[in-house]
Design a protein around this ligand. Structure first.
Ligand code: ZN
Ligand code: ZN
Length: 297
């Protein structure tokens, strides 16, 4: 066969994928790596009278299968780099369809951990989320769902829900709303602390702070703020002018209790706390979680 790639020189199965790409592989390796392929090969073995078995899987991506076969046969991979987002998605389909998560998990974990933080479209991040989900990798699922949410969660990129439960979009939207509430609390913190004081010191300091927020587009009630992603909000909060509340003692006013208070640092701490808990918990997402039993209800 012209297009046949030899994964195992002593292979006894020929698998033909899409584009008529074929692979010579070992039945034993396939059966150990995938319970589904093991079950598919069984009737073929019983009906064959010697020679190679042939398995046609015309719907499956040969590039993804090549990686799967190399891993299942303990072969050196052609590249140490993580596969592209699209290839990871094809691999996720294969892992799900052929039930070979255990065989793919060690490599999948490495790939997910070495995708470096650089600018990339939400569509790519969505593929990482799905791959992490199929791999049941809690850490990466949290990390990439957080990245998706921090970029603003463009719902139009959440497509191909075949691998994910139908509650996916709802879970993301609910988390997005919760983040939005937490971010507003962080932004309003200075206002809430100073609003009770009527003295000139506190009022002037608060007025300056609100002007700074407005200039940076960080007033929660404005359209310009509502259009911002979490990443943009965090970036703009870092651009605020630093200030510190200082006042001389005056009468019975208790605002001097806020002496040394730094609105910019406080806001950035608040946003950092939002960031820390921004991803989705995979066990909660799957409907059972020992760590957050109430959230998962
Ligand atoms: Zn005062
Ligand atoms: Zn949880």
């Amino acid at each position: 066969m012209d297009n046949m790639e030899i994964i195992d020189t002593e292979g006894d199965v020929i698998v033909t994928c899409a584009e008529m790409v074929s692979f010579l592989v070992s039945r034993k390796a396939l059966s150990l790596a995938s319970s589904k392929l093991c079950a598919m090969l069984k009737p073929l073995i019983e009906s064959e009278s010697g020679g190679c078995l042939t398995l046609c899987l015309p719907d499956d991506d040969p590039e993804a299968f090549r990686l799967f076969f190399q891993i299942a046969h303990h072969r050196r991979l052609p590249s140490p780099d993580s596969p592209s987002a699209n290839l990871l998605h094809s691999l996720a389909i294969i892992i799900d369809k052929y039930r070979c998560r255990d065989a793919m998990e060690p490599w999948g974990r490495i790939w997910l951990s070495q995708i470096h933080n650089r600018r990339r479209p939400q569509e790519d991040v969505w593929q990482f989320v799905q791959f992490a989900y199929v791999l049941k990798n809690t850490k990466s699922f949290f990390r990439y769902s957080r990245e998706l949410l921090s970029l603003g969660l463009d719902e139009s990129c959440i497509t191909n829900l075949g691998l994910m439960p139908n509650t996916t979009l709802g879970a993301f939207k609910e988390k997005k709303q919760r983040i939005s509430d937490d971010v507003q609390v962080a932004i309003m913190e200075t206002h809430d602390r100073f609003a009770e004081f009527q003295c000139a010191y506190a009022r002037s300091f608060l007025a300056d702070h609100v002007t700074g927020l407005k200039t940076a587009g960080l007033l929660p009630s404005t359209a310009v703020f509502k259009a911002k992603s979490f990443n943009q909000i965090q970036r703009d909060a870092k651009s605020l002018r630093p200030s510190s509340y200082e006042c001389a003692p005056h009468g019975r006013c208790r605002c001097s209790g806020l002496s040394g208070y730094k609105p910019k640092a406080s806001l950035n701490d608040g946003l950092e706390k939002c960031w820390q808990k921004m991803g989705l918990c995979l066990p909660c997402f799957d409907g059972y979680c020992e760590e957050h039993p109430i959230v998962s209800q």
